[in-house]
Design a protein around this ligand. Structure first.
Ligand SMILES: [Fe+2]
Length: 269
């Protein structure tokens, strides 16, 4: 019986798991995969070639599926979101550093992305470790941020121009999360504010919050905290949205790209 071969991809997050097909994986293989996710923040598994039904089965190992309110669903599979870039599009979905679903009361724990159609070059996804970024801050800043909460809003979807659904019923009231969360499984402190959805600190104005938030975004996304995932046909990537932020690279204009994404339910932070 084969077992996962795990190779770290960078110093602070990212691991490549190979040697096991998810279609025939045992429960113990899947548990090992989940442990690797919590240890490395993001895991990639090459040569999986999942069908939509396989993709759903994989997601259900982690928990209930959290259907995104803004993405276009894959036809016949309403729980799978389509992450599509057409050849004539220059902006892409997720082309700035962000955390999926942070605008929810109980934000999605992980996102599972399956490569369906890749451009001939580019379209890599970058991930940054929010646990390492926290540890790299001074004790003074750690202490200040640990006493703050911040508002998160889905309002940035209002003026998005990347082919998402314009569904006025999808919007919800903003929610508060701690700026430094304790990871629900490992207990490690992680920075939890992001440029797409965080609007301001609790009891601070938007203007007052802007400079400190800007500093945190710049600090947490330094290259030393990141890993770059270069997609391969049939590859699946899973990331824990509490441990990492991610960034989709819009550098393949003129070529289409299609990914399928499932997000799994999380817990209040
Ligand atoms: Fe995303």
């Amino acid at each position: 019986m084969s077992e996962w071969v795990t190779e770290k991809m960078a110093g602070h997050c990212g691991a490549r798991l190979s040697g096991v097909s998810l279609l025939t994986a045992t429960h113990s293989d899947l548990e090992q995969m989940r442990s690797a996710l919590f240890e490395h923040g993001v895991i990639v598994m090459p040569d999986q070639n999942l069908t939509p039904a396989d993709h759903i089965k994989l997601a259900e190992f982690f928990g209930n599926i959290d259907v995104n309110r803004f993405f276009t669903p894959v036809s016949n599979y309403p729980v799978i979101a389509e992450v599509r870039t057409s050849a004539d599009q220059s902006a892409v979905i997720g082309g700035t550093w962000h955390t999926d679903h942070s605008y929810d009361e109980a934000p999605a724990m992980c996102s599972i992305l399956s490569a369906r159609q890749l451009p001939p070059y580019g379209g890599d996804t970058h991930f940054a470790s929010m646990a390492t970024a926290y540890r790299a801050m001074s004790p003074g800043l750690q202490k200040i941020l640990s006493n703050l909460r911040a508002w998160h809003s889905d309002g940035s979807f209002l003026d998005s121009n990347v082919g998402l659904q314009k569904n006025p019923d999808a919007f919800r009231d903003p929610v508060l999360h701690p700026v430094i969360i304790k990871h629900p499984v490992t207990g490690s402190p992680c920075v939890y504010v992001n440029g797409d959805f965080t609007t301001h600190f609790e009891n601070w104005s938007i203007e007052e919050s802007a400079a400190l938030l800007e500093y945190i975004y710049r600090f947490t996304t330094q290259p030393i905290f990141t890993v770059r995932v270069v997609w391969e046909p049939g590859m699946v990537a899973i990331w824990d949205n509490r441990l990492v932020q991610h960034y989709a690279t819009a550098d393949y204009s003129g070529h289409p790209r299609l990914m399928h994404r499932i997000t799994v339910e999380g817990v209040p932070l």
